[in-house]
Design a protein around this ligand. Structure first.
Ligand SMILES: *Cc1c(COP(=O)(O)O)cnc(C)c1O
Length: 437
């Protein structure tokens, strides 16, 4: 089918082609059971536990060596979202309790990529050390910080193509273990990310084309070298497993807060989506642990709605936003992706509740209001989830309407590593857009 036919057949694709804010409700979502097992969450969690003594040793600030983030209730933000902003944001009167999942403050790399990215690097390190007869699963993994392991890992390399945050996670952890590491970055990646990586001894290669081109080049170079592990953002089951552990951890976190999720206390989760790996893995984990009582939604920029396009057309990674005439350009770092992951598009068919798109112009006002009300900074892309709240509250996302027993979690995917100057710049921009200064 060509573009004109697609647009003629689907009014939604026509809306997307005009870069309008729009939404898609998944007609194929399944209750429980959700579908076939894709990754083993318990196995991934066990591996992260084996590595905890190592993480604690080399990053003493990481409590018990477990890379996890706070789940913060944000009642003042919830009140502010109900207020009139003169049309800048749609007011949302949201029944229930509102939380922010602060992956923006995950230790080591300050974004959701610290889940999947670091997990994949650790798994590779474990397999290299095991294959070389230097490690067994029963060992104390803090040994991995010793010079003989650095020497071993220096004979191997890790490569990744990235718009930024994945590169940070992979780069930082690989370099810390002693691997040679190359990050292939699209030219639109932020300068501070490239600088930070180079400072840590990471080789950064830049590409004038977009993200897809950077990934393709990284994959080609890595395939030529048998000692090189390529982290494939579009197809990796290891990344997916690392993200999926979040579902299990979230369950434990809610239990510890005495919050029960059941059919009378439903969970609504709002996740920013780029290629799909992070929100897809998290959604997989959430649906495994909360079944039919959780609804997950992806937020995408109006200029890069690759997952909504993949799912609404059923074409998966066989279609890109350029195919319907959209440029894929957005200020939301990490979300400027034109083609969705095939693995994730397929995994989401039965699990995701829906997608919605957000204009870049709304991200900064959300950012500024969150800073003012809760004293929390998250990066612009991480704010995309907030735009789903009014849609769910108004009953437009095809899910049971929330009530006072509902729990809403906006997944804040990044922010902590952003340099102070840029934080201020983003905040001021949001204030200006709200007419506050
Ligand atoms: C990477 C990223 C996402 C989306 O993750 P994908 O796996 O690309 O879908 C969202 N927000 C931030 C800040 C990110 O860095």
């Amino acid at each position: 089918m060509n573009t004109t036919e697609l647009i003629k057949k689907s009014p939604l694709v026509a809306e997307m082609a005009r870069c309008r804010e729009t939404l898609w409700v998944n007609p194929d979502r399944k209750g429980s059971p959700v579908g076939e097992k894709i990754v083993d969450i318990d196995e991934a969690e066990a591996r992260l536990l084996r590595f905890a003594p190592f993480i604690e040793k080399v990053y003493p600030e990481v409590l018990e060596g477990i890379i996890e983030s706070p789940l913060s209730e944000i009642p003042d933000m919830q009140d502010a979202l109900a207020m009139d902003t003169g049309g800048v944001l749609k007011p949302a009167d949201i029944p229930g309790r509102l939380f922010l999942k602060c992956d923006s403050h995950l230790p080591i790399s300050g974004s959701v990529k610290a889940r999947g990215g670091i997990y994949e690097v650790l798994k590779f390190a474990e397999s290299v050390a095991t294959e070389n007869g230097m490690l067994t699963e029963d060992d104390d993994y803090s040994r991995l910080a010793e010079p003989e392991f650095r020497e071993l890992f220096s004979r191997y390399s890790v490569a990744v193509g990235s718009t930024g945050n994945l590169g940070l996670s992979i780069g930082i952890m690989s370099a810390r273990l002693g691997f040679q590491v190359t990050v292939h970055m699209s030219a639109d990646a932020r300068q501070w990310k490239k600088d930070m990586l180079r400072e840590k001894g990471v080789t950064v290669k830049e590409y004038p084309d977009d993200y897809e081109a950077a990934v393709a080049q990284g994959r080609r170079e890595a395939q030529a070298d048998p000692r090189c592990h390529f982290v494939d953002d579009e197809n990796s089951l290891d990344l997916f497993a690392g993200y999926a552990v979040a579902g299990k951890r979230l369950k434990a976190q809610l239990d510890a807060m005495d919050i029960t999720i059941d059919e009378d206390h439903r969970l609504y989760v709002y996740l920013p989506c780029g290629v799909g790996g992070a929100p897809g893995g998290v959604t997989y984990g959430i649906r495994e642990y909360f079944g039919d009582n959780a609804s997950c939604f992806f937020a995408e920029p109006t200029h890069a709605p690759c997952m909504m396009l993949a799912l609404t057309t059923g074409l998966g990674n066989g279609i890109a936003v350029k195919d319907i005439g959209i440029d894929g350009i957005t200020e939301a770092d990490g979300l400027a992706v034109g083609r969705a992951s095939k693995l994730v598009a397929e995994a989401m068919e039965s699990r995701l509740d829906g997608c919605f798109t957000v204009d870049d112009g709304r991200l900064y006002p959300y950012l500024a209001i969150l800073q003012d009300t809760e004293d929390l900074f998250i990066e612009p892309s991480a704010c995309a989830g907030f735009a789903g709240l009014p849609l769910v509250a108004e009953g437009r996302m095809g899910v049971p309407a929330p009530d006072e027993n509902s729990i809403h979690i906006v997944w804040a995917t990044g922010g902590n590593m952003v340099p102070e100057e840029e934080k201020t710049e983003y905040y001021m921009k949001g204030c200006r857009m709200l007419g506050a200064i």
